[in-house]
Design a protein around this ligand. Structure first.
Ligand SMILES: C[S@@+](CC[C@H](N)C(=O)[O-])C[C@H]1O[C@@H](n2cnc3c(N)ncnc32)[C@H](O)[C@@H]1O
Length: 155
């Protein structure tokens, strides 16, 4: 199994970048005992200003072939953290690769969204894409702790 996060835009040094790296580090450590691999973050950019369609092209090039495609989108399903953790465990048990995609300021190109295997929402409000990376990284860490039975997540 591999886990990728592919996101539009480069995160400059700052609080969001520190938080993403911190949660991804924690996820890598917590994931070890649960058989989850570290997540790799790939940032992509369309320098031609071609909008969502051009961003979809660069995103698509960065999505590993054969991965389960999970689109982060405010209109998607809203799993609980344990449900999210159990989806990850199912992919792990099925030896599936998983790729999470996060759009840019205009969002994800509708055809790319439509071909996602799962559209996941972090709530119906729209969040800045930099914060979405932080929130996804935290949910990955939380998922690993849920699967490991450690007391970080409390219901
Ligand atoms: C600033 S948002 C773009 C919102 C844009 N208005 C749209 O229609 O998609 C940038 C990206 O962050 C992610 N995002 C923002 N809010 C989200 C939410 N509530 N749940 C999941 N992903 C979200 C999505 O991947 C989105 O493409």
């Amino acid at each position: 199994m591999r886990i990728d996060i592919v996101a539009v835009g480069r995160l400059r040094k700052g609080p969001e970048a520190s938080m993403v790296m911190d949660y991804l580090d924690r996820f890598a450590r917590a994931g070890r005992s649960t058989g989850l691999p570290p997540a790799t973050l790939t940032e992509v950019e369309d320098r031609r200003g071609g909008g969502m369609a051009a961003e979809a092209e660069v995103l698509t090039r960065a999505i590993p072939q054969g991965s389960v495609l999970v689109a982060l989108d405010e209109r998607g399903d809203q799993p609980t953290s344990p449900q999210f953790a159990h989806r990850l465990a199912d992919w792990r048990d099925g030896a599936r690769d998983v790729c999470f995609v996060i759009g840019g300021a205009d969002g994800l190109d509708p055809p790319l969204r439509a071909r996602a295997d799962w559209q996941v929402s972090l709530g119906r409000m729209v969040w800045p894409h930099m914060l979405v990376r932080v929130m996804l990284a935290e949910q990955l860490y939380r998922a690993a702790t849920i699967l490991a039975g450690s007391p970080y997540h409390r219901e």
